[in-house]
Design a protein around this ligand. Sequence first.
Ligand SMILES: [Zn+2]
Ligand SMILES: [Zn+2]
Length: 125
Amino acid sequence: MAVSADPKSVKVNLTTGTGMDIEWQDGHRSHYSFPFLRDACPCALCNEEREKAGREPGDSPQAAPGALPMFKPAAKPVSAEGVGKYAIKFNWNDGHDLGIYSWKFLREVCPCEECRAVRAVIKAE
Ligand SMILES: [Zn+2]
Ligand SMILES: [Zn+2]
């Protein structure tokens, strides 16, 4: 089964802060919260940090055992812009803006139940 990585529509809910909605050409719908997208930032820096910690894109960083939780304002983009026809990028409220989120990447990390289940199976194989 071919998985579409072409969005039919993309909605970034900057004002309401509710995240991003993508409807794909194959009819699948994905919803991404902004903190999820921030934790899934595909730039080299964030990638390396995630790999070191063994996190999947979108997993929030775990505080070290016994450490006091650090206060962090919820991640939210200040602005979002399209990158060519293949990606979108966000300027985050923490000043980070290196991640280029390709549609392909976004489809791969779709956080819906269905896609999570598929990824769990692939990982177990
Ligand atoms: Zn990053
Ligand atoms: Zn999905």
